[in-house]
Design a protein around this ligand. Sequence first.
Ligand SMILES: Cc1cc2nc3c(=O)[nH]c(=O)nc-3n(C[C@H](O)[C@H](O)[C@H](O)COP(=O)(O)O)c2cc1C
Length: 146
Amino acid sequence: MKNDEGQQSSQSIHHIVYCSQAVQHMDQDALEKIIATAKHHNPRFGITGLLVFGSGIFFQWLEGPKDNVTSLFKIISDDHRHTDVVLITKEDEFRERLFPNWDMELVAAEDISAVLEDAMHEASDPKRKSTLSNMLQELKKRSLGN
Ligand SMILES: Cc1cc2nc3c(=O)[nH]c(=O)nc-3n(C[C@H](O)[C@H](O)[C@H](O)COP(=O)(O)O)c2cc1C
């Protein structure tokens, strides 16, 4: 499955959002290792998204073809580096990707609201806008992005 290489068009896209708890202290090296693995595998499966880490909590957005996202989520859920994986959203939508150029981007918790607000302002697709707005609300509820 090929990444769409930034060519944006509405398509049926599956996304999963979850949060989880790191089992041990995650330093920059440990985080970069996860991101390197993700950047290595995700493009082959047409998966894009972002990973937020702050205060020992992971928050990840995965989007792409349903089967691939579902399989990856299962692999990630079994990863011993985190626990208490809680699924927040699992949905199919007909819209553009939210983060078409991000195989997997690490975003600091304090920057996530700004990243999402920027993406929301740039979005031309109304569904993309409203998905981003819902995501911002989820973050605010969990006080992750403040
Ligand atoms: C919070 C978190 C997020 C992860 N995100 C991804 C991801 O987006 N893509 C990926 O391939 N692996 C991700 N991983 C790693 C997988 O759980 C798994 O270790 C990896 O896919 C195995 O790849 P390998 O067989 O090449 O070592 C993540 C792990 C954690 C703890």
